[in-house]
Design a protein around this ligand. Structure first.
Ligand code: HEC
Length: 208
């Protein structure tokens, strides 16, 4: 298992919200048949992953918005660099999962996708091109990790919103571009337009 600098934490915890309610709430729309079958056996795992993603997405967006309003994009770089870690840690602990972000075009090389993530991200691009709503793209599968442990893996698309363009768009402000270049010399996460697939939340949940 890799360590993702900002948004990736291994945590063992009791899973909140995985009771009967969780089972009822796990729809299987837009999934291929194999994934649907897996979901029927893992409704609670799916719900835990969705909950963690929802909370992390909201938390990060909120922190970014606040910081941009107070200090501009340049100040908000700090949120991505420093603040995201404790925020993510709390959510991971409370939901009992390992959560991170990844993309086919990463800013931080530590977020680079592994083979499973890369294949699923490529499928997301195909599904979006075929007309599926980008915001709803998700997929999951039970896989064995490198050590042979059964793991529930979940991926949910992240779509580029207007506020993201300040740091991921085709043209960054000069000071932002310079700061990004300094922190991330191999940055490949610019040039996105509103509505583009920016990447995905990636969640792993150890099964036993
Ligand atoms: C203030 C600048 C800033 C804004 C605004 C911003 N990001 Fe980022 N983003 C970053 C930085 C810096 C990183 C690298 C974080 C790290 O080191 O893990 C990053 C990383 C990411 C990653 C992880 C993959 C990678 O490239 O390393 C995703 C996905 C992402 N951003 C999506 C978004 C989305 C979607 C938005 C808008 C809702 C957004 N970002 C807004 C600066 C920003």
């Amino acid at each position: 298992m890799r360590f993702r600098t900002i948004l990736f934490l291994a945590v063992l915890a009791t899973v909140a919200g995985c009771g009967d309610k969780a089972k009822q709430e796990a729809p299987a729309a837009q999934q291929p048949p194999a994934a649907t079958a897996a979901a029927n056996d893992h409704a609670a795992d799916l719900t835990a992953c969705r909950t963690a993603v929802g909370r992390l997405g909201q938390t990060l967006r909120g922190a970014l918005q606040e910081s941009i309003a107070a200090n501009g994009a340049i100040g908000a770089l700090e949120v991505c660099n420093v603040e995201a870690l404790p925020l993510t840690k709390t959510i991971s602990t409370e939901e009992g999962v390992i959560i991170g972000r990844t993309s086919l075009q990463v800013r931080n090389p530590a977020n680079a996708p592994d083979d499973w993530e890369r294949a699923r991200l490529t499928e997301f691009a195909t599904r979006k091109a075929a007309g599926e709503g980008a915001d709803a793209l998700e997929t999951w599968e039970v896989v064995d990790d490198a050590a042979g442990h059964r793991t529930f893996r979940y991926l949910k698309a992240i779509v580029t919103a207007p506020m993201c363009l300040q740091c991921h768009g085709p043209e960054l402000a000069t000071d932002v571009a310079a700061a990004v270049k300094k922190l991330y010399p191999d940055d490949a996460a610019t040039g996105f337009a509103v509505g583009d697939l920016r990447g995905a939340f990636t969640v792993s949940k150890p099964l036993s």
